[in-house]
Design a protein. Structure first.
Length: 190
């Protein structure tokens, strides 16, 4: 675009210069044309200034365009990085959802197992309480029967026989071998 505008301007200058030379040569001595030549020279000067301003403006546009292209390329790279990160996060989210589903299913199964175990434990505790009650009854029965048996044994045990000891006045020694009481007279004779 730059080259084409510059070429057109150069062509225009060439045409103007050619026309100016032609007019200059044709009307060299004419006064009225001298003023026109002056006006044309002023226009040529103005066009030259406009051309320089256009070149400066065109250079600024080229710089802005190259900056825009550079920024576009940077944003493309950032967009690609974001897309890669997004894909990675999407995969991680899918894995997390899969794991969450598995954990939830395991939790549900374990909750059911826990409920079953608690029900079983409750049933076992009921059985234990019944067994403890039965045990207490059996202990009470055992104590009653033991008391009855002890009463029977007490009734069947031989009663100690009490020997009547001859009474006398004074000391009554025992025989050291037989441990029987000796009468006073036996003691005296021994």
């Amino acid at each position: 675009m730059d080259g084409q505008v510059e070429q057109e301007i150069n062509d225009m200058f060439t045409k103007l210069t050619t026309a100016f030379d032609y007019i200059k040569q044709t009307f060299v001595n004419a006064n009225q044309f001298a003023e026109q030549v002056k006006a044309l020279q002023t226009q040529v000067t103005q066009l030259t200034q406009d051309f320089e301003q256009l070149k400066t403006h065109n250079a600024a546009l080229d710089e802005a365009l190259s900056t825009a292209y550079r920024e576009r390329d940077e944003w493309k790279l950032k967009a690609e990085e974001v897309n890669v990160t997004n894909a990675s996060l999407s995969q991680a989210r899918e894995n997390a959802e899969k794991n969450a589903t598995e954990w939830y299913e395991a939790h549900t199964k374990l909750s059911g197992d826990l409920t079953n175990v608690r029900n079983e434990l409750s049933a076992r505790e009921g059985e234990l309480h019944e067994a403890l009650d039965e045990n207490a009854k059996l202990k009470a029965e055992l104590e009653r029967v033991t008391a009855q048996i002890n009463q029977i044994y007490l009734g069947l045990q031989p009663r100690p026989v009490v020997e009547e000891v001859a009474s006398h006045e004074g000391n009554q020694p025992r025989d050291p071998l037989t441990q029987q009481w000796q009468s006073w007279q036996e003691k005296q004779s021994a």
